[in-house]
Write a protein that binds this ligand. Structure first.
Ligand SMILES: CC(C)(COP(=O)(O)OP(=O)(O)OC[C@H]1O[C@@H](n2cnc3c(N)ncnc32)[C@H](O)[C@@H]1OP(=O)(O)O)[C@@H](O)C(=O)NCCC(=O)NCCS
Length: 181
């Protein structure tokens, strides 16, 4: 079990089985998954997603750390964020996040991403954390820019999504860069 990561407005906590209902509220919407290989989810898929998170959290060694993004006020689940350790030896992890559209453009993804990066470096001892996003996903690129992640470049056609092969922008932050801020 990992500790809760907290700011004034939100906290990140581990997923519980019942969370699938709040996950489904956003994961069932086409606008949320337009740049993703999955979705829009059926109820069954949202349930399976949360079940898999819980199964993965019990793996040893554990590589997947998914947190529910909880708005402090009324304890509402408004999204999810994760760090996946992609390479234990070289201490590389991947960052991802998603927010319910009812709460877009309020700074929640930026705040959650900062907490996840702190968790990745402080608790998981990572050396490099990277993130990718669709070049059309302006919101996600802005989040990464705002938290001070460096854009490394563009990966060509690495992902097959609903409207065909897509490029990805690649961003990363290193342990020493995070420590400086
Ligand atoms: C990308 C996403 C997580 C952004 O969440 P959010 O909580 O709205 O992000 P923030 O409020 O922290 O916004 C950060 C910046 O991006 C801007 N922004 C957010 N969405 C935007 C959009 N669709 N178009 C242009 N700018 C956008 C905000 O205005 C803000 O910039 P500012 O401070 O200069 O005004 C959210 O749109 C989402 O969940 N999308 C679907 C899933 C997804 O794409 N996840 C990322 C996978 S790579």
């Amino acid at each position: 079990m990992v500790g809760k990561q907290i700011t004034k407005r939100l906290l990140l906590r581990e997923f519980e089985e019942n969370d699938w209902k709040d996950v489904h509220k956003y994961a069932s919407q086409p606008i949320v998954c337009q740049y993703q290989p999955w979705g829009p989810n059926t109820k069954k898929e949202s349930k399976a997603f949360v079940e898999q998170i819980i199964v993965d959290s019990k793996e040893n060694p554990r590589s997947r750390y998914v947190f529910a993004i909880i708005k402090n006020e009324k304890e509402k689940l408004i999204g999810a964020g994760e760090i996946n350790i992609r390479d234990f030896k070289n201490k590389n992890g991947e960052l991802a996040y998603i927010v319910n559209p009812d709460y877009w453009r309020m700074g929640f993804a930026t705040e959650a991403a900062k907490l996840l990066i702190e968790f990745g470096f402080r608790e998981l001892n990572l050396h490099r954390i990277y993130a990718t996003c669709d070049p059309r996903n302006i919101g996600s690129s802005r989040v990464l820019e705002k938290i001070g992640i460096t854009k490394e470049g563009r990966i060509r056609e690495d992902l097959l999504i609903k409207d065909g092969w897509r490029d990805s922008l690649l961003f990363s932050i290193l342990e020493q860069e995070w420590k400086k801020n």
